[in-house]
Design a protein around this ligand. Structure first.
Ligand code: SF4
Length: 322
């Protein structure tokens, strides 16, 4: 199943920014061959042209508004109507993740400047844009990120892992077969263990269906718990346990230099200077070399296509995870 992502249109799809330009986004370009994009520009959709005067989010005792200072227009109602219609459409189509434009008063989901008055220069707070907020509220269990945060390798890794695992789950959910769910759980066991052991155990119990529930009910229970798995990045301790477990399968077969190199990479991941994907890729090479079929089946070692692994890192957002 190709993942489906909603993206802000100005991120490489159309010259629709207020100043008539389009932005380049590495993550969008990286993902193009692997996902289907649904794109939209909320500001154009509510009738603002290109170029247009900037708009801003104003928060006062009466509420939160989307205003255009140069014209005095209040665009709050139009944005609300547009957002609800698009969200309904996305819910019907099935969507796996969102990449929204950072800091936009419409699309931004965090880091958006708020003002007390339309004409005021000083900001009062940072929060979400109007459309971004609606997305957060309507898709609480989906991966929602902005292109700025996705320049950080840890955030990008969680996003890609969650994206491809969610798409795979969407596919088996469509099949509606219990045996597919059992197989999904088995293949993702180590991945879930690294991200959220508690959820991994709950999911195992649901898939085992000891309470003899109907398949539809099992899938609903599973979907609910599945949405908790990627709430936080993989815990280094848990991921290292999984990697050490895997290392035990081939450590006796490799040279001292290879062992030292492997353990050095593991130490770098533990220190936070190397992404998990760099170590899982290395492990996957040994899994392939020694034909370790149980480990080869585990998505933990290749949760998304290898060509999407990139260790470039801006450091941005490193300490904040939604
Ligand atoms: S951030 Fe959103 S509203 Fe602004 S130009 Fe990009 S797509 Fe349009």
């Amino acid at each position: 199943m190709r993942p489906v992502i909603f993206a802000s249109k100005c991120l490489g799809f159309e010259n629709c920014r207020w100043n008539g330009i389009m932005l380049h986004s590495d993550i969008i370009e990286l993902l193009r061959p692997y996902v289907d994009f649904i794109v939209s520009c909320p500001e154009m959709e509510i009738g603002l042209g290109v170029p247009r005067s900037p708009i801003r989010v104003v928060e006062n005792t009466k509420g939160v508004f989307l205003l255009q200072p140069s014209t005095g227009l209040d665009l709050t109602g139009k944005m609300e109507v547009f957002s609800l219609k698009l969200i309904e459409d996305l819910l019907n189509k099935g969507i796996d993740a969102f990449i929204l434009k950072d800091a936009s008063p419409s699309c931004g989901y965090k880091n958006v400047k708020r003002y007390a008055k339309a004409e005021q220069k000083n900001t009062t707070a940072k929060s979400s844009g109007l459309f971004g907020k609606k997305i957060l509220d309507s898709f609480p269990f989906s991966a929602v990120e902005d292109e700025g945060r996705l320049t950080n390798f840890t955030l990008r890794e969680v996003f890609l892992t969650r994206l491809f695992t969610t798409a795979a789950f969407r596919e088996i959910k469509l099949s509606g077969k219990l045996k597919d769910l059992v197989s999904f759980q088995a293949k993702n066991k180590l991945l879930f263990l690294a991200y959220n052991e508690k959820s991994m155990r709950k999911l195992g119990k649901i898939a085992a269906n000891s309470n003899k529930k109907q398949t539809g009910e099992i899938y609903n229970d599973y979907a609910e718990e599945f949405s908790n798995v990627f709430k936080n990045p993989a815990k280094p301790g848990a991921a290292i346990n999984v990697l050490q477990h895997a290392f035990g399968y081939f450590s006796k077969e490799i040279s001292k230099e290879e062992k030292d190199h492997y353990l050095q990479q593991l130490a770098k991941y533990k220190k936070g200077t190397l992404p998990l994907s760099a170590v899982t890729l290395l492990t996957m090479a040994y899994i392939t070399r020694f034909k370790l079929s149980y480990l080869k089946e585990q998505t933990f070692f290749a949760p998304y296509p290898e060509s999407l692994v990139s260790i470039s890192d801006s450091g941005r957002g490193r300490d904040s995870y939604r």
